[in-house]
Design a binder for this molecule. Structure first.
Ligand SMILES: [Zn+2]
Length: 234
């Protein structure tokens, strides 16, 4: 059985006047707010899914804990790990998917935030071999959305395959028979990739059911990506 980490009280420091401060409070707060937002948006159900944020200065990562319901979660419940996934702090052990989050952060210095969910439509569209394609202009920022073959959750193997599928500038991948993994330069960007990937999957699903599936033309996607990169998209 894994040993629980009980360093939280010793990591807290007392300010003059006896007010306690929590170590890594800023990144813990952003991760907690993001996971609650994902639950509210229906992107995460039960204890599935996990979210991580890197603190540049300390080279540590705040990540949601394993198997704990997100509603009612406290800041001290958010785990702190190093970039190799070693558990440093927090009341509960980190998510079992910590290798996936930290592997992407090690491979991609531009990535500060990572979000993994089992969004229903992303999970449905993860089956099959076609990449998810942009159907509307805002979705263009997040393509290509490549597929990752099924490998055991929580393994270094799935972590390596997600890193490979994301490549040097990918924002989102679908993991077969599992869900999606998204990333960004900050939490807002990683959450945006998650929301738009689920939207892309939902719109593609219904259009395919109706027999009207017609993604944006390649030139349109390229032009839109250029506008977004130049920060000129409306
Ligand atoms: Zn998962």
């Amino acid at each position: 059985m894994e040993e629980r980490c009980h360093t939280i009280s010793s990591e807290n420091e007392k300010r003059p006047g006896g007010i306690k401060t929590m170590k890594y409070e800023r990144i813990r707060k952003i991760v907690l707010e993001a996971i609650l937002d994902a639950v509210d948006q229906g992107l995460i159900k039960g204890t599935s899914g996990n979210i991580a944020l890197r603190d540049e200065k300390d080279d540590v990562v705040a990540i949601t804990p394993s198997g704990i319901p997100y509603k009612g979660m406290q800041l001290e419940d958010i785990a702190i790990v190093d970039l190799n996934g070693k558990w440093l702090d927090g009341r509960y052990k980190p998510s079992s998917e910590v290798p996936m989050h930290t592997a992407v952060m090690r491979a991609r210095p531009d990535v500060k935030a990572t979000v993994h969910t089992h969004g229903m439509f992303a999970t449905i569209m993860a089956m099959g071999n076609e990449e998810l394609e942009a159907i509307t202009p805002p979705q263009c920022e997040f393509v290509p959305v490549r597929k990752v073959p099924f490998t055991m959750p929580g393994s270094d193997d799935v972590a390596d395959k997600v890193v490979e599928a994301l490549g040097k500038d990918g924002r989102s991948v679908l993991i077969k028979n599992h869900g999606m993994f998204c990333c960004g330069k900050d939490m807002k960007a990683a959450m945006s990739a998650t929301v738009y990937t689920e939207e892309m999957a939902t719109t593609a699903f219904y259009a395919k059911v109706l027999g009207t599936y017609e993604p944006m033309p390649k030139e349109g996607v390229a032009a839109m990506k250029a506008l977004i990169a130049a920060d000129k998209a409306v």
